[in-house]
Design a protein around this ligand. Structure first.
Ligand SMILES: [Zn+2]
Length: 319
């Protein structure tokens, strides 16, 4: 749907139009691979296996105009020729995608690890990315380095072993705290070098390896998240680390959760709420503005499933 009419507009995409096109794609891809919202467009799309829409649109447009030209010359393409052209277009798209990834300035660790095995990554039949595998692969997750970058930690140090920089790679390869889990991972996969590229290659090598990596990520990241939650909620937590109360609360919108929101939220806080369905919706401004009296009549718009997360936030500008 996003590529509807691509032959008309693909050649006229401005820098700003490309950015607008990337935003919803990034959002969808992040959902597919359960990535943090800060994960780059390039890395998330590669993880999800979807080329950038502007590249896709360009190749679609070329195919369309080639067909138009062939018809104009009175040389309609037969089925076999059409098949050959489709394969060539798919190859062209993949090559342009690869070139764009090589030039990307963001998500370079993830991209660098997957690029050498890109065909296998895209062609795999099994191997879903879980929230915790994606954290380790993308580096965006419960790591001191990342939390410091988004200003949730005063420094990038590792709380487990005291290392200066708690990156995803530190967790995967170095941190003493996870030596037992790491030994189990090495025993299960036979992989000694735990660079991200080796790990990705091992995951693609067999289903058993994929499961072993997923199990390592699950065990380690769940413990890191638990420790992080404890640090956030402890009585002497520094303000930077504390969960932000009253600013934004993410809830899952279900048919039955509205009455819950109504019944559990303090009455006075319900009078000024704005609900945004999603970042895509937020781009075009708040879709739903209402006061307490209108809440029960809220309409769930098209394309929004009843499990879509919504951001519920106080909205002083919509009394
Ligand atoms: Zn450590």
């Amino acid at each position: 749907m996003a590529l509807y009419g691509a032959p008309i507009w693909a050649g006229r995409l401005t820098r700003r139009a490309k950015a607008l096109l990337r935003r919803p794609q990034r959002y969808v891809a992040q959902r597919m691979v359960r990535a943090y919202r800060t994960t780059s467009h390039a890395a998330t799309c590669l993880l999800a296996g979807t080329p950038a829409w502007e590249l896709d649109a360009g190749v679609l447009a070329e195919r369309y105009w080639a067909r138009v030209e062939a018809r104009r010359r009175g040389e309609p393409t037969d089925a076999e020729e059409a098949e050959r052209l489709a394969r060539a277009a798919a190859e062209r798209l993949k090559q342009r995608w690869r070139d764009a990834l090589e030039d990307s300035h963001y998500g370079t660790r993830t991209i660098g690890a997957i690029l050498p095995v890109m065909d296998e990554w895209l062609g795999r039949r099994k191997g879903a990315l879980t929230f915790r595998v994606t954290q380790v692969v993308s580096g965006h997750g419960c790591f001191g380095h990342y939390l410091h970058k988004i200003q949730r930690e005063p420094g990038p140090q590792c709380h487990e072993c005291g290392a200066m920089d708690d990156t995803a790679q530190h967790t995967l390869e170095e941190c003493n705290r996870w030596a037992v889990e790491r030994a189990a991972l090495r025993a299960a996969t036979g992989v000694i070098d735990l660079s991200l590229h080796s790990i990705i290659a091992a995951m693609l090598g067999s289903e058993r390896n994929w499961e072993a990596v997923a199990s390592f990520c699950e065990e380690v990241m769940s413990q890191k998240e638990k420790a992080e939650r404890e640090r956030e909620t402890s009585a002497d937590a520094i303000p930077l680390r504390r969960r932000r109360q009253g600013q934004r609360q993410r809830v899952h919108l279900t048919a039955s959760s509205f009455p819950q929101i109504l019944s559990t939220a303090p009455l006075e806080s319900l009078s000024n709420f704005r609900l945004n369905y999603s970042p895509c919706a937020r781009r075009s401004g708040p879709l739903v503005c209402f006061g307490f009296g209108q809440l029960a009549d809220m309409h769930i718009g098209p394309g929004v499933s009843n499990r879509s997360p919504v951001d519920v936030e106080p909205s002083p500008e919509f009394p």
